[in-house]
Design a protein around this ligand. Structure first.
Ligand SMILES: Cc1cc2nc3c(=O)[nH]c(=O)nc-3n(C[C@H](O)[C@H](O)[C@H](O)COP(=O)(O)OP(=O)(O)OC[C@H]3O[C@@H](n4cnc5c(N)ncnc54)[C@H](O)[C@@H]3O)c2cc1C
Length: 524
């Protein structure tokens, strides 16, 4: 597709790119979407092989995908191969960058936890005295959240808590299991709210851009999608300084191509969009491009057992179900040990428990596994990461990927705030479990390395001041007004919440603004 002219070029086909394509094409604007990886054939590519047909019996091939904890031999073709697209980091500060380049991106595989940010996050500086306020508040984004929740069919229950804003839910009035009721009662004693979890139900087993967003865009006849092309750089008109398209390379043939567009939208995922801008040397008059990398802290948590469920004695209503403890610290009181907040995911299971929860082996281990079967109760933390200018990515000029594109160097680490928060989360979980009469089998205070949550955010932050931010409140570059970045890189703070509902709402809002600006001939 050499030298074609289009209205809008979208780089990336995940949640953010899919949303922009849907909104723009439905308004009659023609779009070309370039995506680095192939289209998945769900019939063929998801065929499950038995473990005995796989050389490593389903476990990860040694040395393959070392930073993707989620990878195994069954799903190894899902993730970006670090040998093909490497990245570097300081030896003692690993970063787990988990990437998907298939058409649809990570929307094909996400776990679908779906939350709104609250004004405790949007206005964090006002509330916590640390960080930076977003240039928008919940009221700006609420109408978009509602529309996104409708499209993704988010199940949930209205709890009326300002730190856990209610939304446009498919109402979840399912009864609590008895083990959950015991935890809820324990929470009441300790002033810790326990709420229904919120999750995108999607349709037909998927809650992705390829089934919920892109079909509407294709139906308009206004979207052309090109898989298997890797964008190398964004190009600029030397006379106007405006973005005018991109240079890209065919993944297989390595043929170099270019496309011209009136408006360019980056939706390549937080770190890939940032890499593209850094490699293109664009949109960085503020000097903050690549800085303030954040995510969510994952890893700390505990494993418990409900004694009444052991030895096959569970009554039918005792076990099962999941729940969420939303942020409760630093709302009306102030923790002396950390800023911001965390949530805990809870789930009660009537299935087998993992052997690693028991410090036994042989016959005694088997006896414990049999006895504890179906009695597991799990709590796992999702914590806010504070923004620091020092946590940043840059281009490593000495390393290139398979298409000779310079790669990212990631320089980030957690600070005492994240470690102290983790301790508080696990100690709170233990206190609640004990108050509920559960046995605590194991606890882990140690966060996984940054990146593990797959929620990288913040390296193209939005703000009102072009001196301290890359984008304005419409996800539009301060420097280049026909350039937009709509993925999680625009975030100003992380909060405890999984980010995708916010990414979708911001993309929808940015695309509406873009269309308006194009119609008024202010851009494009
Ligand atoms: C296992 C898993 C579980 C998760 N669970 C949750 C959850 O429960 N809740 C939640 O909120 N979030 C969750 N997430 C995170 C969520 O998936 C992401 O926040 C979201 O999908 C990001 O969407 P995106 O469009 O910004 O980026 P992506 O989905 O990463 O899409 C980016 C696209 O850009 C393309 N691209 C990249 N570079 C280039 C280039 N140079 N040229 C051309 N194309 C390029 C890629 O091919 C890719 O398709 C999870 C993620 C995973 C993997």
């Amino acid at each position: 597709m050499p030298e074609e002219n289009v209205d809008v070029l979208i780089v990336g086909s995940g949640h953010s790119g899919g949303m922009v394509a849907k909104v723009l094409t439905e308004k009659g604007i023609s779009c070309v979407m370039l995506n680095a990886g192939p289209i998945v054939d769900f019939q063929k590519d998801r065929e499950l092989k038995p473990a005995y047909e796989l050389p490593y019996r389903g476990f990860k091939m040694p040395g393959r995908l070392p930073h993707v904890f989620q990878a195994n031999e069954f799903n190894a073709n899902t993730w970006v191969d670090e040998k093909e697209v490497p990245y570097t980091f300081n030896r003692d500060e690993p970063y787990n960058w988990v990437r998907v380049r298939l058409f649809g991106g990570r929307s094909l595989f996400w776990a679908r936890q779906s939350f709104r940010l609250s004004d405790y996050e949007f206005k964090a500086k006002d509330h916590d005295g640390y960080g930076t306020n977003w240039p928008i508040s919940l009221s700006d984004l609420a109408p978009y959240y509602s529309r996104v929740e409708g499209i993704f069919r988010v199940s949930g229950h209205a709890d009326g808590l300002p730190q856990y804003p209610d939304g446009n839910f498919v109402v979840d009035n399912s009864p609590w299991s008895e083990s959950m009721q015991r935890l809820i009662a324990a929470g009441k004693k300790l002033n810790v709210p326990v709420c229904k979890a919120r999750s995108a139900m999607g349709r037909d087993g998927l809650a992705s851009s390829i089934n919920l967003l892109l079909p509407d865009a294709f139906a308009t006849g206004k979207l052309t999608a090109v898989p298997n092309v890797v964008v190398r750089e964004i190009t600029v008109d030397k006379n106007t300084g405006l973005a005018n398209g991109a240079n890209f390379v065919d993944r297989h043939s390595r043929r170099e191509m270019s496309v011209k567009a009136r408006v360019v939208v980056l939706a390549a995922g937080c770190l890939e969009s940032t890499r593209l801008l850094l490699n293109s040397k664009l949109a960085n008059s503020s000097g903050v491009l690549g800085h303030y990398l954040i995510d969510n802290v994952y890893g700390p948590g505990l494993v418990c057992s409900v004694p009444q469920a052991r030895d096959d004695k569970a009554t039918p209503d005792l076990m099962g179900g999941d729940a969420l403890i939303p942020r409760f610290r630093n709302i009306t009181t102030k923790s002396p040990n950390f800023i911001g907040g965390y949530a805990l995911n809870l789930w009660s299971s009537d299935r087998a428990m993992g052997a690693r929860n028991f410090a036994d082996y042989g016959a005694e281990l088997q006896r414990k596994l049999d006895s504890y079967y179906g009695s597991g109760f799990y709590m796992s933390m999702m914590g806010q990461v504070l923004s620091h200018y020092e946590n940043h990515v840059s281009i490593n000029k000495n390393v290139v990927d398979a298409w000779d594109i310079p790669v990212l160097h990631i320089d980030t680490k957690y600070t005492d705030n994240e470690f102290n928060m983790s301790r508080d989360a696990v100690d709170t979980g233990v206190a609640m479990a004990e108050a509920a009469g559960f046995e605590v089998l194991s606890k882990n205070y140690e966060p996984n390395p940054p990146g593990y949550s797959i929620h990288e955010l913040g390296t193209c932050r939005m703000g009102d001041d072009p001196k301290t931010s890359v984008l304005n409140k419409w996800n539009q570059s301060h420097d280049i007004k026909n350039l937009f970045v709509v993925d999680g890189s625009s975030f100003v703070g992380s909060g405890w919440q999984n980010p995708t509902m916010t990414i979708l709402a911001l993309s929808m809002r940015a695309a509406g603004y873009m269309a308006e600006q194009m119609q008024q001939r202010n851009i494009g």
